[in-house]
Design a protein around this ligand. Structure first.
Ligand code: ADP
Ligand code: MG
Length: 701
């Protein structure tokens, strides 16, 4: 069968049940792993390897090694410490190691007698006085002569309860043999074999290698995921990822949307009334957004701008265009407090222009809630602001044409897709504008968000000063409190942020409450306020208002203020337990100060001793204010899945590729993707299908 037929017909691959030894029970396990066909088995890739291809001398072992040993039992005894255990000491002439067993029967105990030769496999650990292996696999060597070892590295597969590695190994061996038959369909879908690191391995070659690496394979490269055969597969996986998002994007572009092209009077009036001039980066992005809105298919644009770069203005500009054209716009924020801040900003800027607002949150009274819903469905409200409660409570819009999502990393592709339903009736999907402060390298953004267009606000409003940042141990907390007292007496305003990462929200609020009591008592003459997530909207609002208008000097807060809160006069921030926070969060928090004209500073309070990672985070924060540099370090520490929030949203659950490690492949992937779409569009579905399966076909939702 030729390549094109293979691609078109997905069902040419036999089901797993056609393999020897696969009955209904194993089939069920496999289904849980989303393995249905022989091909799926081949694309179920090992997560790591064990080396059972050679016997290691005991004298050369290091803790952490996982290896095969061959030795003679010197001594064996049963001991009772807290529980019963069997200790067996073996040696091979180069050294000695202790085997420790907790579960054993009488026969086993008798078999492991002095003088017996055994072969065992396990992980080497540091014991009290010698190296040891806890519960190694072992086999008694009765005959002398050659010791049996494996002829390839042993793959360890991701698996599910009840499905043994041995079974997976047997099945992948069968699957490999199936594809190596003369008459098997060609599994190489790519018309041009990509050149990776100077080699052009076929996909079958790469699969064979990765499932069964030969003993001489570079185990370090394999463990690091940088072996050329792994990279060949990573290339194809990234390609499939890219194609899937691209395909999704094409589908979205086939959806109709209302073209928005007003004269721009409202926006002009807004600019006139502003006390600042937009930066050229803001102007450029706003123009791009206006151009997107004029199209008859939905805008899907991600705008990235560091904390404080002025993303709100871009959002407001887009809303004004839509409103002037006679439609509704909605702004969705990830937290109540941020939604409230937006409401504040929007009322300040839009009310003078006569724009009607509505506000919806999860925590308003039933009466107020239905009043707002009525304003939304009747069309009285032109700009609607809220949390994602907006999309969960059966709110109907009269004629929604724009959705702005602030702080994208908390929303996933699925939620973006679900917004389609909310659009203008009969006229299609709303335009979507997504804002994020997470500064990510362009190649990563293009891979993770390939279904979106991407703009960067790469310039800060003028006059921003870097926030000088220091780290102070909790032992010197008194000095910090004194510093706050001085600052407040000089008319500065400050935040004191309480963080308790692992504990419940309730405990976090309690901690803030306690700090509030403490500081209020200690700081005579300083007006202290408290804001946390468990307060009623109205109370929170009142406190934030008081802080914004300088009726409060020191605001004790939980991390509810992390995103978006904007009080320009605040110039000092204390962050408690800074060592427990991630870089992105620290950067977001610190971004709340340094917005006004005066010099600002940030004090990170920590409890020693610091772990290496915590040290690195704190040093990074002290060294730079540049969100891009901070994000680089963050990516290295946490990996892209966490940083981009793709782990939570189920996106980019890659099997073998790692978008950070394999970044260098991305330009080549882009090239191939374009070419494939243009010249071999019929191959796209097959490629996407075999890497991403059905789960990811967002286009269907
Ligand atoms: P973010 O990108 O973090 O959402 P905001 O939109 O909240 O940033 O803007 C931060 C602050 O900077 C706000 O007080 C805003 O009014 C102000 N600002 C925005 N653009 C400019 C500008 N071009 N010049 C001066 N100040 C600006
Ligand atoms: Mg913002």
């Amino acid at each position: 069968m030729n390549r094109d037929e293979a691609a078109i017909d997905r069902d040419i691959f036999p089901p797993v049940t056609s393999l020897k030894g696969v009955g209904p029970k194993i089939e069920g396990h496999l289904q849980r792993l989303r393995i249905h066909t022989v091909q799926d088995l081949l694309f179920h890739l090992p997560i790591r390897y064990q080396d059972r291809t050679r016997v290691r001398p005991i004298g050369a072992l290091q803790p952490g090694d996982e290896c095969v040993l061959l030795g003679t039992v010197d001594h064996s005894e049963m001991v009772y410490r807290k529980r019963r255990m069997l200790l067996v000491s073996i040696s091979d002439g180069t050294g000695r190691i202790l085997l420790r067993f907790f579960h054993f029967n009488k026969t086993q105990q008798e078999n492991l007698a002095p003088g017996v030769n055994i072969r065992c496999f396990g992980e080497v650990r540091r014991g009290v006085s010698t190296l040891e292996m806890v519960h190694p696999e072992y086999e008694i060597q009765r005959t002398s002569g050659a010791v049996k070892v494996e002829d390839h590295l042993t793959p360890i597969y991701p698996t599910t309860e009840g499905l043994h590695q041995l079974v997976l190994r047997r099945m992948t061996s069968q699957a490999l043999r199936w594809f190596e038959r003369e008459e098997a369909p060609d599994i190489d879908l790519l018309p041009d074999v990509p050149e990776i690191d100077g080699c052009k391995p076929s996909v079958l070659e790469a699969l064979r290698f990765v499932h069964r690496p030969p003993p001489e394979a570079d185990t370090q490269a394999l463990a690091a995921g940088t072996h050329v055969m792994q990279r060949r597969l990573a290339f194809e996986e990234l390609l499939a990822q890219r194609l899937s998002l691209f395909r999704l994007r094409l589908r979205m572009q086939k959806q109709p949307a209302v073209p928005i092209s007003p004269a721009g009077r409202l926006y002009a009036r807004l600019i006139e009334a502003l006390e600042f001039t937009p930066t050229s980066a803001q102007q450029r992005v706003i123009e791009t957004v206006f151009a997107d809105l004029r199209k008859s298919y939905p805008m899907l644009r991600l705008v990235q701008g560091d904390v404080g770069s002025g993303k709100t203005l871009v959002a407001i500009a887009a809303c004004l265009h839509v409103i002037e054209a006679g439609y509704q716009a909605v702004v969705m924020a990830p937290t109540e407090i941020l939604a409230e801040q937006h409401l504040q900003n929007f009322s300040n800027w839009l009310a003078p222009l006569g724009v009607q607002l509505a506000w919806l949150s999860g925590r308003m009274t039933a009466a107020r809630n239905s009043e707002m819903k009525e304003r939304i469905s009747s069309g009285t409200a032109q700009a609607i602001i809220g949390t994602h409660a907006l999309f969960q409570e059966g709110v109907t819009f009269k004629n929604l044409a724009l959705v702005v999502v602030d702080e994208q990393h908390r929303f996933g592709v699925h939620q973006r897709m679900a917004l389609r339903e909310k659009g203008v009736h009969g006229a299609g999907s709303p335009h979507q504008l997504i804002m994020t402060a997470t500064p990510i390298p362009r190649t990563l953004a293009m891979t993770a968000y390939a279904d979106l267009d991407y703009s960067v606000i790469d310039e800060m409003p003028p006059g921003r000063k870097p926030v000088s940042t220091i780290a102070v141990s909790q032992e010197r907390r008194d000095e910090v409190i004194e510093r706050v007292a001085h600052a407040c007496q000089r008319g500065q305003q400050a935040y004191w942020v309480c963080t308790l990462v692992e504990e419940s929200e309730a405990m976090q609020c309690q901690a803030a409450e306690n700090v509030y009591q403490e500081l209020d008592r200690l700081l005579q003459g300083v007006r202290v306020g408290l804001v946390h997530g468990r307060m009623k909207s109205r109370e929170k609002n009142a406190v934030m208002q008081d802080f914004a208008s300088s009726r409060i000097d020191l605001l004790v807060a939980t991390t509810v203020i992390e995103v978006g809160v904007d009080v320009a006069n605040a110039s000092l921030m204390i962050i408690e337990n800074a060592e427990r926070l991630g870089l992105a969060q620290l950067h977001q928090l610190r971004g709340r100060v340094g917005r006004g004209a005066q010099e600002s500073s940030c004090v990170m309070l920590y409890s020693p001793p610091l772990t290496d990672n915590a040290n690195l985070r704190i040093d990074t924060m002290r060294a730079t204010n540049n969100g891009f540099k901070i994000a680089q370090v963050d990516l290295e520490i946490r990996g892209p899945g966490e940083v981009l929030g793709t782990r939570q949203t189920g996106m980019l659950q890659l099997r073998i590729a790692d978008i950070l490690r394999d970044q260098d492949l991305i330009p080549q992937v882009q090239e191939s993707a374009k070419k494939l779409f243009a010249e071999h569009p019929h191959l796209v579905d097959a490629l996407v299908h075999r890497w991403l399966g059905k789960s990811i076909e967002f286009g269907q939702v």
